[in-house]
Design a protein around this ligand. Structure first.
Ligand code: DGP
Ligand code: NA
Ligand code: NA
Length: 200
């Protein structure tokens, strides 16, 4: 029997309410239709111990927590999953992930007195994505989506800074693709399936 081909690690990033989880789930379905083993994952995972602290921080805007401390909690929430991520990839499962290290870097680094380079350090060593899709969408559109504004970071000033820094990161890395959400979900799927087939 031949060796199992490693699965791909595909990440979706973008501002709040940009439609990442919808894209991810549709893509998992599309890949399964192509007989590619695929699994959806999402960060932060609010069900774990660190996830419960993160959830409280995001929902309770009064919650006081140093920016460095919450940064490290978000990163720990990813490190908690590292064994699972590695073993799924080794078993040939392609992971479609809603947010990853770049959310960690961007949402912290846009804050006052937070250094971009410092923010990147605790992410070093996590499995590197094969492909990152950045969903691009207008501020006007996200601000009218149901539920916008209910959590800590969901306000215009923060979201604009986040969008700018994502674009900055996308220019520094060559495995990123910016997807205008005006493009159809099918179009994004085609693009990803193309990428997967190239690797397989
Ligand atoms: P979501 O459940 O995908 O809507 O994410 C919740 C919020 O947390 C969203 O405003 C983005 C933010 N976020 C996600 N990951 C990180 C991270 O690693 N660090 C920081 N500071 N914020 C994050
Ligand atoms: Na959100
Ligand atoms: Na998420």
């Amino acid at each position: 029997m031949g060796q199992i081909k490693r699965g791909a690690l595909i990440v979706f990033e973008g501002v709040d309410k940009s439609g990442k989880s919808t894209h991810c789930k549709k893509l998992v379905e599309a890949l399964e239709n192509f007989k590619i083993k695929a699994k959806f994952m999402s960060f932060p995972d609010r069900s774990t111990l660190t996830g419960k602290l993160i959830d409280n921080y995001l929902r309770n805007k009064e919650c006081q927590l140093d920016d460095h401390a919450i940064h490290l909690l978000f990163t720990a929430n990813r490190w908690e999953k590292v064994d699972q991520i590695k073993s799924l990839l080794n078993d040939g499962v392609t992971l479609i992930v809603d947010r990853y290290s770049y959310s960690g870097i961007v949402y912290s680094a846009v804050k006052k007195n937070m250094d971009l380079n410092w923010c990147k350090q605790p992410e070093i060593g996590l499995p590197k994505p094969d492909m990152v899709f950045l969903l691009s969408i207008s501020q006007e559109e996200i601000m009218v989506r149901p539920g916008f504004g209910s959590e800590r970071y969901e306000h215009r000033e923060m979201q604009e800074k986040v969008a700018d820094m994502y674009l900055q990161l996308s220019r520094e890395c060559d495995n990123w693709e910016v997807i205008n959400t005006a493009r159809s979900i099918e179009d994004v799927q085609d693009r990803t399936c193309e990428e997967m087939c190239r690797e397989n």
